[in-house]
Design a protein around this ligand. Structure first.
Ligand SMILES: [Zn+2]
Length: 444
């Protein structure tokens, strides 16, 4: 049953693949690049202007909104022409490579500094000059000549001297057919090539997802509720928190770092499998999430009434990965778990797992309520944009409240295990025919 008209949307895809390289010139280039990059950062850092910024409250309609709560010092990164020229001239003094390489260095330096500034203003980075620890060189497109026929990239080192990288007969050659090559990153032993492609998706489903501590809870009328188990992700965290604490207490720094890397890898693996699984079993869909960045900005008073979202769950990484493989959208997180999906009544406070509407008497799990609201918010925004009448709080949930799709990623196997209730038979899902690792079971 299709409720909304099919809309074609373009999903931009970016995949990076690496090609091994053996060339003495590469290490030399990387050594120069890292040194120049650190010099650029040093120079920008030394020219930062620190300004005081005072508390700021502005009126937005009837409300007063706090933009800054207290007096803070704000770093102003120098960007004027004169400074940039001085920076470039300085870097050119010790540059055996093409001038574009200096521009590449400057651009990377600025992006590192902007990144640091953002994190600093959010309280996530300290007032410490960024240090380049990894050996790499990010290229500029102006230094690259791409031959799509021969599947070869020619990178200019200096005039008349080139580095050639080819993706012909690589394992990923077919995957990136007709895709566009982006700016490569050069390491001592390999070149990472980002490929950009796009996919047309005919949207038949809009799925609202509520992001919770141990689960992702989704809703879409033709499927019903979808429950994605995130407990394995939590157990990875817990396991490594313990291991890291032990390593730290024994002062074993290398061991600690090893655990950090392993934890990252296992988490990444889980998120990748989960995202691939969702893409496969829920094709032709837009996945709607709450905009958690907006949630951070909500004033302190409101936070009290807000449900706690566990910092342990790497939400941003999950959302990011899903957005790389499927269409996604974000909505304002306000009141998503406090608004009755049937009559629209907003309850003041809501505790426990069950939502109860004092006006119409609806009783439903809180995550389910939120997923319905998140989905509806997206559809309402879309309608508003196309100047159509918003549609009422309604009846939708009840039709499909009885069915629930369970999705999980098996830790043991290589591919994700997806559980699908017997009743559900999505159209366009070829998974079964391909003999993928899908188990079916009756939802309880
Ligand atoms: Zn109600």
């Amino acid at each position: 049953m299709l409720r909304s008209k099919e809309v074609c949307q373009i999903l931009e895809l970016v995949r990076a693949y690496s090609v091994p390289i053996r060339d003495d010139r590469v290490s030399k280039l990387v050594t120069w690049y890292v040194k120049a990059l650190q010099n650029a950062i040093d120079m920008i850092w030394d020219n930062i202007e620190w300004k005081y910024s005072f508390p700021k409250i502005v009126r937005k309609g009837k409300k007063l909104v706090v933009i800054r709560g207290s007096k803070v010092r704000i770093p102003i990164i120098p960007k004027d022409r004169a400074f940039k020229k001085r920076l470039r001239d300085e870097l050119m003094k010790d540059n055996p490579y093409a001038a574009h390489w200096v521009d590449a260095v400057i651009r990377t330096a600025y992006s590192i500094m902007e990144n640091w500034r953002k994190r600093y203003l959010k309280g996530r980075a300290r007032k410490i000059k960024p240090r380049i620890r990894r050996r790499f060189a990010k290229c500029k497109i102006t230094l690259m000549k791409i031959d799509y026929e021969a599947k070869t990239i020619r990178i200019t080192l200096k005039q008349g001297e080139y580095l050639y990288v080819s993706w012909r007969s690589t394992w990923f050659e077919k995957r990136v057919r007709d895709w566009i090559v982006g700016e490569v990153i050069i390491f001592d032993d390999r070149v990472v090539i980002p490929f950009k492609g796009s996919e047309e998706i005919y949207v038949r489903r809009v799925i609202g997802w509520d992001s919770n501590e141990l689960s992702l809870d989704g809703y879409e009328p033709s499927i019903g509720f979808i429950h994605v188990d995130l407990r394995p992700l939590q157990s990875i965290k817990i396991t490594y928190e313990r291991k890291k604490a032990i390593a730290q207490s024994k002062g074993k720094r290398e061991l600690y770092e090893k655990y950090v890397r392993r934890e990252r890898n296992r988490e990444k693996d889980f998120i990748n499998k989960l995202s691939a699984g969702l893409r496969r079993i829920l094709p032709n869909a837009v996945h709607v999430f709450e905009d958690l960045d907006k949630e951070d900005l909500v004033s302190r008073k409101r936070v009290k009434n807000r449900r706690k979202r566990n910092a342990r769950t790497p939400w941003k990484r999950i959302h990011k990965r899903i957005s790389e493989v499927a269409l996604t959208a974000l909505v304002d997180p306000r009141n998503t778990s406090r608004e009755c999906p049937r009559c629209g009544y907003v309850v003041e406070t809501q505790e426990g797992h069950v939502f109860e509407c004092p006006r119409c008497g609806l009783k439903m799990g809180r995550h389910k309520v939120a997923s319905i609201n998140i989905r509806r918010r997206y559809l309402e925004n879309r309608k508003r944009k196309t100047r159509m009448r918003g549609f009422p709080h309604s009846n939708e949930p009840e039709i499909t409240m009885m069915v629930e799709l369970w999705v999980g990623v098996a830790q043991s196997g290589r591919s994700p295990v997806i559980w699908i209730p017997m009743k559900w038979d999505p159209e366009g899902d070829e998974a079964k025919g391909r003999g993928l690792d899908i188990k079916q079971y009756q939802a309880q």
